[in-house]
Write a protein that binds this ligand. Structure first.
Ligand code: 8YV
Length: 328
């Protein structure tokens, strides 16, 4: 019997390709070319599945040109590259890769918070540039983590992981805002209190963004929101570019409307707004919050599990639009 054909859209672990090759006729992209939408469409022509990296846009236009496509399996938890309504209308299943990256990503978010608030990157640049000629009492003073107020916008799995680290590890007071309030048991576990978005902006010493990107969350943090924050506050974005208005943030950092920011994600990445590159009080990292080998391998294997499960018994582990399965 012919194996189903799948496309692995970007470079990935050879052992995951070998695993997929046992089940599928696989086309790979180990040179890691970033394709235009029409190049992606050309490669998807005869494919029933795609192993996606969160960077491949799957929308009504792509779907209408790829009639054999049945499943798009992201190896990322975020799925803003999918137009899920269009996929459901076309009978195409989407899957993502939640849970396996939660703790690794929360570790990074907390690390970025510490590096930003305590000016670690700035200190390193200062030292490497040969500017450290003597010690001074007020050299590179930052703001405390312990005992401060940690605000979290988006209290899903990763937000909860950051809350636990802050409350249990650093004695922080944790406040959060979310589309819906957590149940009482989870609030107790995270030692977190629900507040309005306005209260979150006004009261946080450190604000971490962990919300998904969508049309509703585009530029949710812009000039008006930044102006509501404390001048001593730090802002951390490990969620998605586009949630923060990067141009407005660069202005706020330069004017000291807030003290500092730590960003792992950018609108239009891998391009970075040029104004962010010239302000000193921002720590910039290239979307690496989930980047440890065991976690990236677990994410890739979960995407592979979803593809294998879909084609063997139609029961993928983490479907995003399971309604598609009921009509199979
Ligand atoms: C990915 C992420 O590494 O899972 C996600 O949604 O943001 C990261 O873990 C990233 O999306 C790769 O582009």
């Amino acid at each position: 019997m012919n194996k189903p054909k799948i496309l692995i859209a970007r470079a990935i672990f050879p052992e995951v390709i070998a695993r997929l090759a046992q089940h599928f006729d696989v086309e790979t992209n180990q040179t890691d070319e970033v394709w235009t939408p029409s190049q992606l469409v050309a490669r998807l022509q005869d494919k029933q599945g795609v192993f996606a990296m969160g960077t491949e846009r799957i929308d009504a236009s792509v779907l209408s040109q790829c009639p054999s496509l049945k499943i798009c399996a992201n190896m990322t938890v975020g799925y803003n590259n999918f137009d899920l309504d269009a996929m459901t209308a076309a009978g195409v299943l989407g899957t993502n890769a939640p849970d396996v990256l939660t703790e690794t990503t929360a570790d990074f978010g907390f690390g970025l918070l510490m590096a930003t608030a305590r000016r670690m990157a700035e200190g390193e640049h200062y030292l490497r540039a040969g500017k450290w000629t003597k010690w001074r009492y007020d050299m590179l003073v930052g703001s405390d983590i312990h005992g401060s107020t940690l605000g979290i916008l988006g209290m899903g799995r990763i937000g909860q992981g950051i809350a636990r680290r802050g409350a249990l590890g650093f004695g922080m007071k944790v406040i959060y805002h979310n589309r819906s309030r957590l149940d009482a048991k989870t609030e107790v576990q995270c030692q977190a209190s629900y507040v309005s978005k306005e209260e979150l902006l006004k009261s946080s010493d450190h604000l971490v963004l962990v919300i998904p990107y969508s049309a509703q969350t585009h530029h949710v943090i812009g000039a008006a929101e930044l102006a509501m924050m404390k001048p001593s506050a730090t802002l951390i974005n490990i969620a998605r570019g586009g949630i923060v208005d990067d141009a407005a943030l660069a202005v706020a950092l330069r004017n000291k409307t807030i003290a500092a920011a730590g960003l792992d994600v950018f609108e239009g990445e891998p391009k970075v707004h040029p104004d962010l590159l010239t302000v000193p009080n921002v720590v910039l990292t290239p979307h690496i919050a989930s980047a440890t080998t065991p976690t990236r391998l677990a994410m890739a294997n979960l995407a592979a599990d979803n593809l294998i499960a879909y084609f063997t018994h139609k029961k993928p582990l983490t479907p995003l639009n399971p309604v598609v399965l009921s009509s199979l």
